[in-house]
Design a protein around this ligand. Structure first.
Ligand code: UDP
Length: 342
């Protein structure tokens, strides 16, 4: 049995799924990574034609579903694919995304995230691709003045990763005005979970939920809580977690909503905050296992509280999150267990 197909059918059967629209031909840059591979699955389930471009520096070839063409190349070579013509859109996930690494090796972040994207945009313009959806991040905001964070909040990134993503958002604004491109920047909050057989497989894992699951399963040592002296009810930082399947739906909606000459920026979060301790409780509830843990010092650059306003995504894209923290933990748990049993 072709299980992948069955999973796609389940996506299509989901009445809360994205409404059917004309099939598009799209390039997914970074489609072998975590979020790109989930979005690729949804695009295919929705009937779109997908080509994946990925240099496999952090992605995995087997994360690309069978039947989808994978071109292993640098983002700067996107033109060789777009030159084939007929592309209706680009979804751009190809980036370096480790905050700590961006501090120790900023050049890598400017080169890949900014110069790489510039080359991609040159190809998009040269081959007249009409729309682009970009993976931006809540890291562009830095320490917020007010919660929930709207798209009009001040942008004061506290690390080169956030600065590189903000630079691309700014680049896109000019690009849309000058060339007629229709672009949407989606500013992700804390993405978690797995969907349709794809999930998080980072060589260097820094995210709370996969680390907590691994600690609970005994696949790694105790989880270190980065400080419990924060100005929050239980002393641990609060984040807005969003299920990767909800995030994927927003991308497909954004592709349809991209309008010539307009740059739209939308936050993607659930609008709800959970502390580190609440996440660890959710892990225990879902898995029935305690999370071995210790308390360490604060991590440099961590804000106390990040919660999205997603009112704009609701209004502009017709999007609303459908899954909660327990769904994310459960799906990430199942995915990690499958991976461990391979
Ligand atoms: N965190 C933690 N221990 C870890 C990893 C993360 O206490 O080993 C905390 C971190 O301080 C933050 C939250 O978990 O408050 C989410 O961190 P993550 O790295 O997953 O995402 P971020 O919010 O930094 O993008």
């Amino acid at each position: 049995m072709n299980t992948e197909r069955t999973e796609y059918d389940a996506v299509l059967a989901d009445p809360a799924g994205v409404a059917p629209r004309e099939p598009m031909r799209v390039l997914v840059a970074g489609g072998a990574g975590y979020i790109g591979s989930v979005v690729t699955r949804l695009l295919i389930a929705e009937g779109h034609h997908v080509t994946v471009l990925d240099d496999l520096s952090t992605g995995h070839a087997d994360a690309v579903p069978s039947g989808v063409e994978l071109v292993r190349a640098d983002i700067a070579d996107a033109g060789t694919i777009l030159a084939r013509g007929g592309f209706d859109g680009v979804l751009h996930f190809a980036a370096k995304s480790l905050v700590g690494e961006s501090v120790s090796d900023p050049a890598k972040y400017w080169r890949t995230n900014v110069c790489g994207t510039r080359a991609l945009l040159d190809a998009v313009a040269e081959f007249s691709v009409p729309r682009l959806v970009f993976s931006s991040t809540a890291a562009v905001y830095g320490e917020p003045d007010a919660i929930p964070i709207t798209e009009d909040a001040p942008t004061r990134p506290t690390n080169p990763y956030g600065a590189s993503k903000l630079s691309v958002d700014m680049m896109l604004a000019g690009e849309c005005a000058a060339t007629g491109l229709g672009a949407v920047s989606l500013r992700y909050f804390n993405v978690a979970g797995a969907a349709w057989g794809a999930g998080e497989r980072h060589g260097t894992e820094t995210h709370l939920i996969p680390l907590a699951l691994d600690a609970a399963a005994g696949r790694r040592g105790p989880l270190t809580i980065f400080g419990e002296d924060w100005p929050t009810p239980d002393g641990t930082p609060i984040r807005d977690y969003i299920h990767v399947a909800d995030l994927a739906r927003a991308h497909v909606l954004a592709l349809g909503a991209a309008t010539a000459g307009r740059h739209l920026i939308c936050n993607l979060g659930s609008g709800q905050g959970f502390s580190v301790r609440q996440v660890l409780d959710a892990v225990t509830n879902v898995t029935g296992l305690d999370v071995p843990q210790q308390v360490g010092p604060r991590r440099a650059g961590d804000p106390a509280r990040l919660i999205a306003s997603h009112e704009r995504a609701r209004a502009e894209l017709g999007w609303a999150p459908q899954q909660g923290l327990a769904d994310m933990v459960r799906d990430a748990w199942d995915f990690a267990a499958n991976l461990a049993n391979r």
